[in-house]
Design a protein around this ligand. Structure first.
Ligand code: F6P
Length: 319
């Protein structure tokens, strides 16, 4: 019986658990023996591999984070540790891998394939939504909803005191989370790495608002590193009582939304199918409303570009 192991890698993202569950179920239904790897690539090196049972995955649909835990592994760059990982897989008869994470994780398993010919399938999973070749990464919808709940709450208190609030979102170098949540929360300002901003025009736009006595909400992507500067600018230039809220890791937690559960299930079952059909080292993608898969080269080292409509809407909030 063919063994297939499922693992999560890099930053956790809501949707990872439902994807593990779906991959285990689908692989079993196709007659494979599913395993899970704990602690990502580090756990692969240390042999933290366990046969997956229905009992193990039964509560996974609604749990956030990754119950398999995750890691960012430096040791996996070293061939000797990759050999150790391979020996663990060989001993259990595992000859296929599914990994959830970002392009660093996919690249690591590609090196592993080049060494030991263990094929893999990749599932894009990061709240940053910054992986090239796919319009969607697992965890994004849950993070967006978490951020929106926070901004809606902040608006209540901002309105009550006629204050300005700067809200910093995660996203590393990508402004996707900030742009989409700024649009959906009805924010007044959005500052992201992808768009040059112009505070002079922002000031003209907001002056009328200030005279009418409203609050101001600014959403700033962490990659810009301007949250504190903008807070001071709103205080000093706009004369508004201003507070800064850095949302931090709460954006990564929470029970996966319906969209993330659905995307997880579809990505994972396709990953199992791709491996069964002998399509090795493919990355599952969602583009223009359809699921598919693409080669590693179309993903790794390529730059993700945010959708033009979202950029255009955000531009209006950056000047
Ligand atoms: O890549 C996901 C992410 O949450 C980024 O948005 C953020 O910059 C980073 O991970 C935080 O990493 P850590 O959890 O290691 O602090």
């Amino acid at each position: 019986m063919s063994g297939i192991a499922i693992m999560t890698s890099g930053g956790d993202a809501a949707g990872m658990n439902p994807a593990v569950r779906a991959a285990v179920e689908h692989a079993s239904n196709l007659g494979m023996k599913p395993y899970v790897v704990y602690d990502g690539l580090e756990g692969l090196i240390d042999g933290k591999i366990q046969e997956a049972t229905r009992e193990l995955t039964q509560d996974m649909m609604f749990r956030g984070g990754t119950l398999l835990r995750s890691s960012r592994s430096k040791r996996f760059f070293d061939h000797a540790f990759r050999k150790q990982a391979y020996d663990h897989l060989k001993a259990k008869g595992i000859n296929k891998l599914i990994i959830m994470g970002g392009d660093g994780s996919f690249r690591a398993l590609n090196d592993f394939f080049n060494d030991f010919q263990v094929p893999f399938a990749g599932i894009p999973a990061t709240i940053d939504n910054d992986i090239a070749g796919t319009d969607y990464c697992l965890g994004v919808d849950t993070a967006q909803n978490m951020i929106l709940n926070c901004i809606d709450s902040i608006r209540d208190t901002a309105q009550s005191h006629q204050r300005a609030f700067v809200v910093e979102t995660m996203g590393r170098d990508c402004g996707y989370l900030a742009m989409t949540t700024a649009i959906c929360s009805g924010a007044d300002i959005c500052i992201v790495p992808e768009i040059p901003y112009d505070l002079e025009s922002v000031s003209k736009r907001l002056s009328a608002r200030k005279q009418q006595g409203g609050c101001v909400i600014a959403v700033v992507a962490e990659g810009t590193k301007v949250a504190q500067y903008l807070t001071r600018w709103l205080e000093e230039r706009m004369g508004m009582d201003t507070r800064l809220t850095v949302l931090g890791h709460l954006q990564r937690g929470g029970s996966p939304t319906a969209r993330d559960r659905m995307m997880a299930t579809r990505f994972a079952t396709r990953a199992v199918d791709a491996l069964c059909e002998g399509r090795n080292n493919q990355i599952m993608v969602y583009r223009d409303g359809s699921h598919g898969h693409t080669s590693l080269d179309a993903v790794v080292g390529q730059k993700y570009s945010v959708n033009q409509d979202i950029l255009a809407l955000s531009r209006e909030l950056s000047c």
